[in-house]
Design a protein around this ligand. Sequence first.
Ligand SMILES: N[C@@H](CCC(=O)N[C@@H](CS)C(=O)NCC(=O)O)C(=O)O
Length: 216
Amino acid sequence: MIRLHHIPGSRSDRILWLLEELGLEYELRTWSLTDGSLRTPEFRDLSPAGRIPALEIDGRAIFESGAIVQYLTEREGRLAPKSGETERADFLEWVSFAETQAYQLQALNIHHVFLRPEAARSVPHMKLDTMRLAVTAKALERHLQDREYILKSGFSAADCMFGFNLYATFRFLHETDFPNFAAYRDRMMARPGYAAVKASGENPLYTRDFYELPDG
Ligand SMILES: N[C@@H](CCC(=O)N[C@@H](CS)C(=O)NCC(=O)O)C(=O)O
C-alpha cells in the first residue's frame, strides 16, 4: 500500500504527479494547512516538521519531497538517470533547484496569503522575495530555451519536482516575462499524468490569480 499525504496546490503535487507518471497505485489522504492538523502527533509521526508531503511506502513513511522523488525513481528504476549516467548531475541539480524556487514561493505565500493583518507584512521583504523568485524564473527561462523538458533526453521526475512551482509561480510573476517557462507549464499541465493533480483540487488559500506587490 502506498499512501500520499497531500494538500492540493502544495509540494505534494510533485509526488502525486510522479506516482501517476510511474503508474503506481496509491491512496490519497488530504490535509489542511490551516486547521492545525499538521501539528498533531499523528502527522508529526509521519513528517517531523509537520510538512506536506509525506509518503507511506514499503512499511515506513518518507518526508521531504526531493527524497521521495529520489526514492521512488530508484525503486522503480525509471524517470531518472542512474548514478554514473550522463545527466545524473543535471537531474540532481534541478531537483534541488525546484526546492530553491519553492522556498521563494512559500515566502511570498506567507506575505500575501497567510500574514494577517496586512500591516504585519513587510513590503521590502515582499519586494526582495519577488526579485529572488524572478532570478530563479530567469534561470529556468534560459534553461528551457533549447529543450522541452528539464532534461534534454526527455521527461523525468525532475519535471515533477516543478509541480507545485508551476501552480504557484505566475501568481507572483507575470508569465509574459517568462514565455519559455509559461509554455513549459502549459505542456506539463497538459500531460495525462498531471490530470490527477488537477482533479485533487485547488489550493483553497489562493483567492486571486495574481498577487500584485503593494506600494511602498
Ligand atoms: N522541503 C520540504 C518542504 C515541505 C513544506 O514546507 N511543505 C509545505 C506545503 S508546500 C508545508 O507543509 N507547510 C506547512 C507549514 O509550513 O506549516 C519538502 O520539499 O517536502
